[in-house]
Design a protein around this ligand. Structure first.
Ligand code: SER
Length: 320
């Protein structure tokens, strides 16, 4: 990997992934792709090249790939699950139409492609606990439909055309730099902002709603390490189950309360998000990722919580 394009470089994962890739491969070799209205700012803009890269505009993406001799594309553009339910047509156009554009460009111009899948690629009839790598995938959300179809399309391009496609099924990602937006797992980020601001958190999901989660540094290592993995060891490609922890809102609240004893949470149900969360696994089996490319998360709920509280206090200039 020498020349990298990140499509969606200003999103929750893209913004930190771009900086991590620049640190690893050299800032001038990593192009931050963005769409109008989500231009890069600050360090992201100043530290390396940036280009308008709308995933629905194949000609624009191809131009950038040629101009910078891109050999690896991180395709991070997507609408998250709850937003995708309000704009299903746009979710399809971005998630599947956009992926098709990227894969065609990768086929013609010889690029490797990373496109995240998600715990959203599973549905009601998937085994809920210790969800296997290879299992039933019949999601009923548009987000899930695009993720399953994206996994299949990416595997097709590998088998049929030899395009080096790789992917992970990300769980909810907890981070303190760019906020997520429109996701079902967003509460697990928002709760930390409420806690450091000493606000009562209004939780949109019910107690007992377990989902897989991961702290951002582990998500970045997953994306980078999978793309660097020895292809001879990969039995799977699109997409690997990965997880770092599984918790419900009560467990998260009580973990935060260890560090902020008077922190309070109330339930204010969002039925759309609850229905989506109920259809997703409680906990994934990520043993194939461990076996095939040595996946191993570093952060658990307690260490994530300590770091989130410390970093958010710094960011929001709040004293403990
Ligand atoms: N974080 C995503 C969402 O909640 C799941 O991959 O939509």
């Amino acid at each position: 990997m020498k020349n990298i394009l990140i499509i969606g470089s200003t999103g929750q994962i893209g913004s930190e992934l771009t900086m991590a890739l620049r640190n690893r491969y050299g800032a001038s070799n990593v192009v931050a792709g963005f769409i109008a209205g989500a231009e890069p700012k600050g360090k992201l803009l100043e530290s390396g090249p940036a280009e308008a890269a709308d995933i629905t505009d194949a000609a624009q993406i191809a131009e950038i790939v040629k101009k910078y001799k891109i050999d690896t594309i991180y395709n991070m553009a997507a609408l998250l699950s709850a937003t995708a339910e309000t704009k299903p047509q746009l979710a399809w156009k971005t998630g599947l139409g956009g992926l098709f554009n990227v894969l065609e460009i990768a086929r013609e111009l010889h690029c490797a492609v990373f496109t995240p899948s998600s715990i959203g690629a599973f549905g009601d009839n998937t085994p809920k606990c210790n969800t296997p790598q290879d299992t039933i995938q019949r999601p009923k959300t548009m987000y899930g439909v695009t993720k399953v179809a994206g996994e299949l399309l990416s595997d097709y391009y590998f088998k049929r055309f030899g395009v080096d496609t790789r992917s992970v099924r990300f769980p909810g990602i907890i981070s303190h730099v760019a906020p997520p937006g429109g996701g079902t797992t967003d509460y697990a980020v928002e709760i930390y902002y409420a806690a450091v601001k000493r606000e009562v958190f209004q939780c949109p999901l019910l107690a007992g709603t377990f989902m897989d989660m991961m702290y951002m540094p582990d998500a970045l290592s997953a994306a980078i390490n999978l793309m660097e993995a020895n292809p001879d060891r990969l039995i799977h490609r699109n997409a690997f189950n990965i997880t770092a922890m599984s918790f419900d809102p009560e467990t998260l609240q009580s973990t935060i309360s260890k560090y902020i004893p008077d922190f309070r949470m109330e339930y204010r149900l969002d039925p759309v998000r609850q229905a989506i969360a109920d259809s997703w696994p409680n906990s994934l089996d990520d043993s194939c990722a461990s076996e095939e490319w040595d996946w191993m998360p570093k952060y658990n709920l307690d260490t994530t919580t300590q770091d989130m509280l410390k970093e958010l206090r710094k960011k929001l200039r709040i004293n403990a």
